[in-house]
Design a protein around this ligand. Structure first.
Ligand code: HEC
Ligand code: HEC
Ligand code: HEC
Ligand code: HEC
Ligand code: HEC
Length: 286
């Protein structure tokens, strides 16, 4: 707890840190406790055009220049996680940037990728290591990069579970069961979110519901990496039960509300927007 508070203070002292939302921040703080020195480098606001890794590598050919282009469109770039946050090294000193004594780690080998990413994504690493995938890492199991890519990592979604990606090593059957169970719950989360936002826009106090949804959503999105079909289905069902409680509270609000119609219209607009976004996202992933 003490350390979390300390991390909080750290962020306060670095207002230029590019954390976009309190959600990302909260997860970042929890996921980065073991990030240590690398964490500090990650949050020290160095502008992209001042990072020597980027200026030098931009001018390099092929596999040495490509990472810069790919990284620019990534969720990491968006959150201020630059080359040195992952690879170590000194982002301010071109002559010594890749020296071991400046903390340079190089590029990880296949089997070392999970630990490499897991310095920040601590919870995911733990689930992954204890899963069938993690246990099979040295004998054909997928590492993080197989599913997420390396430099162009984007926000994760269930679209990552698809036949093309998941039938490279085994049949799609079990993957399909997981996607099916999670998709229904995801749809509920999206719909509830739109309804809460609609109430919020007309001035209803939705803080408690927002908090509940936030916690439930986080728990839900930490389900996947165990890839245990039975566990994912059971837990998704349990989470759906919790979401139904929020739906009940929303229904009560619906009844009380004088602004029922306006809220309805906003919810429909919200749902349409969500559907459009989902459609565009799917297109990007196809
Ligand atoms: C002055 C130019 C220059 C700077 C500055 C620079 N690099 Fe490099 N980097 C290179 C070149 C050239 C190579 C390929 C040859 C080699 O491995 O030394 C390379 C290779 C790499 C590799 C691949 C190593 C491997 O094992 O295959 C990584 C990862 C890397 N750089 C990351 C970084 C990071 C992170 C920084 C900033 C902290 C950085 N570089 C700064 C020029 C640079
Ligand atoms: C999110 C973590 C992460 C970030 C940020 C990141 N890299 Fe990498 N990089 C990796 C991983 C993981 C590999 C290992 C390759 C693989 O497994 O696909 C790698 C490999 C490399 C390689 C070796 C490529 C090869 O084919 O041998 C270079 C060069 C490199 N990165 C440069 C960079 C540069 C320059 C930046 C900043 C623009 C950067 N990386 C940002 C994770 C990262
Ligand atoms: C230095 C810390 C750090 C390292 C190392 C790192 N990440 Fe991240 N990652 C972040 C931060 C910060 C975010 C943005 C906040 C968030 O969404 O958690 C993020 C976001 C992500 C997301 C999107 C999360 C979402 O909500 O959809 C994925 C996926 C991801 N990282 C995968 C990886 C993979 C794979 C690696 C290794 C190749 C890696 N990360 C290495 C810090 C790191
Ligand atoms: C690089 C190869 C590889 C890829 C790609 C891959 N898997 Fe696997 N997967 C394995 C291996 C190896 C096992 C363990 C042996 C087995 O059960 O088939 C496994 C097992 C599983 C299991 C059974 C877990 C258990 O506890 O019984 C599920 C479910 C699964 N994978 C889902 C997926 C999904 C979903 C994807 C796509 C997002 C995927 N896999 C992509 C290699 C892979
Ligand atoms: C078999 C494919 C697969 C592998 C291997 C894998 N992931 Fe994921 N990852 C996914 C999928 C699918 C999701 C989306 C789950 C969801 O939407 O609930 C995801 C979600 C994430 C998220 C966002 C979690 C959140 O709370 O929103 C992060 C961060 C992440 N993965 C990092 C990693 C890291 C780090 C590793 C390696 C230790 C890894 N992943 C290995 C498929 C994979």
């Amino acid at each position: 707890m003490d350390r979390i508070d300390h991390m909080g203070a750290l962020f306060m002292r670095h207002p230029a840190t590019v954390m976009k939302s309190s959600a990302a921040l909260a997860r970042y703080v929890t996921c980065c406790l073991l990030g240590g020195a690398l964490f500090l480098m990650a949050v020290t606001p160095v502008r992209a055009d001042e990072i020597v890794c980027i200026t030098c590598h931009s001018a390099l050919p092929e596999k040495y220049g490509e990472p810069v282009k790919l990284w620019k469109g990534s969720v990491h770039a968006e959150n201020g996680i630059a080359c040195n946050a992952c690879h170590g090294g000194d982002p301010r000193d071109a002559a010594n940037a890749m020296k071991k004594d400046r903390g340079f780690l190089g590029a990880p080998k296949y089997n070392n990728v999970p630990e490499f990413c897991g310095r920040c994504h601590v919870g995911v690493l733990k689930d992954y290591l204890s899963s069938a995938h993690g246990r099979a890492l040295a004998s054909g199991g997928p590492n993080c990069v197989i599913c997420h890519g390396n430099h162009q990592i984007v926000k994760a979604s269930l679209e990552l579970i698809n036949e093309k990606s998941c039938s490279r090593c085994h049949s799609y059957e079990r993957a399909k069961l997981i996607r099916g169970a999670m998709q229904e719950t995801e749809a509920m989360v999206v719909a509830i979110d739109a309804r809460i936002m609609a109430f919020k826009q007309v001035g209803t106090d939705t803080e408690r519901m927002e908090k509940e949804l936030f916690a439930t959503r986080n728990r839900f999105h930490s389900l996947f990496h165990n890839v245990d079909v039975k566990k994912v289905i059971e837990e998704s069902t349990r989470i759906k039960g919790e979401l139904k409680k929020i739906e009940t509270a929303l229904a009560a609000l619906d009844q009380q509300s004088h602004t029922h119609k306006l809220v309805g219209a906003l919810a429909v607009a919200g749902a349409l927007l969500a559907a459009l976004l989902a459609h565009l996202l799917r297109k990007t992933f196809d």
